[in-house]
Design a protein around this ligand. Structure first.
Ligand code: AMP
Length: 196
C-alpha cells in the first residue's frame, strides 16, 4: 500500500493523516494496518521512530468509530499499555492527533501524579486509555476502572516492559480482559518471554 487512502480508513482519519503531512505509509504501517483492519491480532517488530504508533492507532480509531457501543461507566474500549510515563503521553497525543476529527474520549493513567483526576476522567468511560501497568492496577484495585469491556489491547514496547519488571503486572491485567478482543503487540526485539 503506497498511500493511506487504500487501507479503507474512515475519511475523517485520512483527513487527520493529511493534516500531519504523512504522504506514504512507513513499512511497519504498510505491513500492520491491513492485518489490524481485518481484526486479526498483530505482533510487530518495530523500534521507536518507525511510525509504529500510527500503525496501531489508525486501525483502532477506525474500528472504534465503525461500530460498537459507547464505553461503559468506568470502562475503556481500548487499553494501551506502555512502559514509561513519557511514552504514554506521546501515544495519547498521537491518538488525539489522528482522532482530531472524530468524537472520541481519551484518558491517561500514569504514576507520579494524583489519582483523583484520573478517577474523574474514567467515570463516564473512555474510548482510549493509555496507561503504565502500575497505575492501571491501582485504578482497578480501587474500583475506579473496570476492564471487562476492553475490545482492543495494545502492548507497546513489550521488551522494555519486560526489562522494567512489569511482566507480572501485564499478565494480571491481561487475565482481567475479555478473551474476545483484538491484541496488538509491538516490540523492538523478541526475547523468549515476549514471544510467550
Ligand atoms: P513513532 O515511531 O510512532 O514514534 O513515530 C515516529 C515519528 O514519525 C513521529 O514523529 C510521527 O509523527 C512520524 N510518522 C509516523 N508515520 C509517518 C508517515 N507515514 N510519514 C511521515 N511521518 C510519519
Amino acid at each position: 500500500m503506497t498511500s493511506f487512502e487504500g487501507f479503507g480508513l474512515n475519511e475523517a482519519i485520512v483527513r487527520a493523516i493529511a493534516d500531519e503531512n504523512y504522504a506514504i505509509p512507513t513499512p511497519i504501517q504498510q505491513q500492520t494496518i491491513p492485518i489490524a483492519m481485518s481484526r486479526r491480532d498483530v505482533i510487530g517488530i518495530a523500534q521507536t521512530g518507525t511510525g509504529k504508533t500510527a500503525a496501531f492507532a489508525l486501525p483502532i480509531l477506525h474500528q472504534l468509530v465503525s461500530g460498537g457501543r459507547p464505553p461503559e461507566r468506568k470502562g475503556c474500549r481500548t487499553l494501551v499499555l506502555c512502559p514509561t510515563r513519557e511514552l504514554s503521553g506521546q501515544v495519547l497525543d498521537s491518538f488525539r492527533a489522528y482522532g482530531r476529527h472524530l468524537r472520541i474520549r481519551t484518558a491517561l493513567a500514569i504514576g507520579g501524579v494524583s489519582m483523583a483526576g484520573q478517577v474523574r476522567a474514567l467515570l463516564n468511560g473512555v474510548d482510549v486509555l493509555v496507561a503504565t501497568p502500575g497505575r492501571l492496577m491501582d485504578l482497578v484495585k480501587s474500583n475506579a476502572l473496570h476492564l471487562g469491556g476492553v475490545e482492543f489491547l495494545v502492548i507497546d514496547e513489550a521488551d522494555r516492559m519486560l526489562d522494567m519488571g512489569f511482566i507480572v503486572d501485564v499478565r494480571k491485567i491481561v487475565s482481567k480482559l475479555p478473551v474476545e478482543r483484538q491484541t496488538l503487540l509491538f516490540s523492538a526485539t523478541m526475547p523468549g518471554a515476549v514471544v510467550e
